[in-house]
Design a protein around this ligand. Structure first.
Ligand SMILES: Nc1ncnc2c1ncn2[C@@H]1O[C@H](COP(=O)(O)OP(=O)(O)OP(=O)(O)O)[C@@H](O)[C@H]1O
Ligand SMILES: [Mg+2]
Length: 217
């Protein structure tokens, strides 16, 4: 499965989600590649921080230019069970490239109304992509969520008349994600069975369909 994290807003949580989806799948025994089309503040930076701290990689992290993404993904299909794509905020070209390559698109966003409003341009492109590629799926993922926020399965969000489903799995505002950025550790390694890990596992279950002991791919 090819999953792309997209949002043209800076600091939405794309990289942390990309890294943790890849990490959780790898911990489940899957062969995972994490592609970074950002280059500035993306997954490669996190992987380099992990390497500098002497922590073994759990999955392969590969920098790739957006124009090469679609072909690059096809080339990886046989070697990996899952490919996760981290994208930059500023580039519409990178967003379009990710939409062309992905089976599933996740739009991470802070849950506040203003932050959701800033997703409108991204959602416009996602909705257009869904119209021409009905097999693709897309959903908004709430990150930095306040304690106690619960989303029922089947909930949709409407921004500027554009509608997308919202993942029931919400990622809370957790200190361990901030620590992950500075250390190259996963939250699963910082706080085993802590709330951040539970959030990640729920999201993986929802997006990839099965739990840690089940079969994916
Ligand atoms: N659920 C969370 N709880 C607390 N901090 C978080 C959470 N998710 C991400 N962060 C922190 O917020 C910051 C932005 O997250 P991240 O780098 O994943 O966003 P991004 O969308 O990739 O940003 P950029 O536009 O810089 O590429 C980082 O410092 C990260 O550690
Ligand atoms: Mg990033």
């Amino acid at each position: 499965m090819i999953v792309a994290l997209v949002n043209q807003t800076r600091g939405a949580g794309r990289t942390m989600l990309a890294v943790h989806l890849a990490g959780e799948l790898a911990l489940q025994g899957k062969r995972v590649a994490l592609l970074d089309t950002d280059g500035c503040s993306g997954a490669l930076e996190w992987a380099e921080c992990r390497r500098r701290n002497g922590i073994p990689a759990l999955f392969e992290t590969i920098g790739i230019a957006s124009p090469d993404l679609r072909c690059g993904v096809w080339g990886l299909h046989t070697r990996f069970d899952h490919v996760i794509v981290d994208t930059p905020a500023a580039s519409t070209a990178a967003l379009r490239a990710a939409l062309l390559a992905a089976d599933t698109v996740l739009v991470p966003t802070h849950p506040e109304r203003d932050a959701m409003g800033r997703c409108a341009a991204t959602m416009q492109l996602v909705v257009e992509a869904l119209a021409v590629e009905p097999a693709m799926t897309a959903s908004v993922v709430l990150t930095h969520a306040p304690a106690g926020l619960e989303i029922e399965r089947g909930t949709e969000v409407t921004v500027c008349g554009l509608r997308l489903p919202v993942a029931a799995a919400v990622v809370g505002e957790r200190m361990s994600f901030a620590m992950s950025r500075g250390t190259g550790l996963l939250v699963q390694e910082i706080d085993f069975v802590g709330p951040a890990e539970v959030d990640v596992r729920r999201l993986v279950d929802e997006v990839f369909g099965r739990g840690r002991t089940g079969e994916t791919g």
